[in-house]
Design a protein around this ligand. Structure first.
Ligand code: SF4
Length: 254
């Protein structure tokens, strides 16, 4: 079975966007399972099935081996739409829709995924896809993706991933040229505050650059926030916090 034929939903919930360009915006989040990176450098540890897993704060959406049983395999065309709509029943406005993961662009050719995107675009919703920007989209074949905001969280050295795996210049360039509402969102820590990587990754793009502190708890954010903020002040980047973590730490469904 090809990857694009499978589609796994981890969870959906209604909250507000805690980071990036649309911070503070009421949003329905749809989290898909699977990722093409591991990002062990972010150092989040979870013990599962007697094994200590190390990765990012989305481990339960990235680790197929240990978490797939808790994911929902989506096979019905309307399942995702019903799921998203269930969070809007009592709303008298259109929230943003944030598609996240894992790495949701693993599924960007999947028919059910495409159906969901087209449905909400046709209704005038503002959609964001949170991506590591390593998967190249063919915008000629899939032109509707031009109307999406891509929050490109390209991974830096502190992710622990190899450069060749975490930076795909063609994928970044394609999004930068075609999806003009998009932006960069870098996870930074006080021990890796170099402009070199950011300049290399963003040099072919005129999209805005946000930097946010590493941390999956408020205490961890406190270790890095001031240094990252000062780095942004010094170099003209936009500082953005992780507001959902300030408010609720790493509580699920927030
Ligand atoms: S790319 Fe994102 S979701 Fe995937 S492992 Fe890295 S931080 Fe986690």
């Amino acid at each position: 079975m090809k990857l694009e034929d499978e589609l796994y939903l981890v969870e959906s919930f209604y909250s507000f966007q805690g980071e990036g360009k649309y911070v503070g915006t009421p949003s329905v989040f749809v989290r898909f399972g699977g990722c093409n990176l591991n990002c062990k450098g972010f150092g989040v540890e979870i013990v599962k099935d007697g094994v200590t897993l190390v990765g990012c704060d989305s481990l339960r959406a990235t680790n197929k081996t240990h978490f797939k049983d808790s994911w929902t395999k989506v096979t019905d065309e309307n399942f995702l739409i019903d799921e998203i709509n269930s969070h809007m029943i009592e709303l008298d406005f259109k929230p943003d829709i944030v598609i996240t993961g894992g790495e949701p662009l693993l599924w960007h050719k999947n028919l059910l995924f495409v159906h969901m995107i087209k449905h909400y675009l046709s209704l005038g919703f503002n959609l964001t896809i949170e991506t590591n920007a390593t998967i190249e989209i063919d915008f000629i074949k899939y032109p509707f993706y031009k109307n999406i905001t891509f929050a490109m969280s390209v991974k830096l050295k502190n992710s622990g991933e190899e450069l060749e795996k975490r930076v795909n210049k063609r994928a970044i360039k394609a999004i930068s040229y075609n999806a003009k509402k998009s932006f960069f969102k870098f996870v930074m820590d006080k021990n890796h505050l170099s402009t070199d990587e950011i300049y290399k990754i963003t040099k072919d793009s005129d999209l805005s650059i946000y930097c946010m502190p590493l941390g999956s708890t408020a205490d961890e954010l406190n270790l890095h926030d001031r240094a990252v903020a000062q780095f942004c002040i010094n170099h003209g980047f936009r500082y953005v916090d992780r507001m959902h973590i300030r408010l609720w730490n790493n509580e699920e469904g927030r």
